[in-house]
Design a protein around this ligand. Sequence first.
Ligand code: MEV
Length: 311
Amino acid sequence: MRQGKGFAHGKIILIGEHSVVYGKPAIAVPFPSTKITALVSEANTEITIDCLFYRGLLKKMPELLASLHKAIDLTLELLNKEMPLSIKIESSIPAERGMGSSAAVSVATIRAIFDYYETPLSYKQLLDIVAESEKIAHGNPSGLDALMTSSTTPYFFIKNEVCEPITLNMEAVLIVADTGQTGKTKQAVADVASQMRSPETQKFIQVLGEYSQEAKNYLENNQPDKLGDVMTQAHTLLQKLNVSNESLDHLVSVSLANGALGAKLTGGGRGGCMIALAKNITDAKHISKQLKAQGAKQTWLYEMSELNEQP
Ligand code: MEV
């Protein structure tokens, strides 16, 4: 039986979330431990979906998966196809944790449908469809999640302007910790938008952008102490933008109290994940243990160099 396959993975924003929506730079890395596979095959009468959250007809899919629905509709429209399909999605990306799961599920599914129809998919076509579907998931997406869940290298990114792969030249260890709470990216993005008339908010956004620019320099020149400092300062500004929450703040404090060089939330915030930078693996293991003791549901550790090129 003919089968189409598509892949995507999670992403971690090192710095620049939220300000990236307003044209400021951000730096993100693919998140190798979390993957999505979509498989497409022929179905009998209608399009069906089989994923963790829903099993049934596409047309009856719940609102929670509206962005995926949009991605499928746009893909079939572009391909000019109306045939019944069975779409099976397997994901190890925790949903709504700031790891780009909504973009990743669209990326994998679009790729699988194109593969099923043996039609080449350009990168622009892929990003354009995900941009539309992400409007449902995030309201006003920067495009960073679409890029990062579909590419294999770290990027320095400015919405609609710069999309530059970067090489992390840094001896340090990144810890990612999941609060276990679902994040609220759409609401957080909308809340920041509602504050944007305030000069103070505009200043925070401006400074967050400057931190990303500085972070690029530190990442490329092995300056982990300085990177840690701007990460923590970025977290303070994200708190002021009201996109953090108690659990994220707590895990940031625990990291810093246990020797992290810096720590911040990652992604949309209001739940989801945080990241911390450790000098070496011994420190990282210690921090990770303390994070788990203080409520983190799961942690992942990476040498920064490991994040450069994903398989
Ligand atoms: C979400 O992963 C990152 C945000 O900056 C939104 C976006 O870039 O679309 C909060």
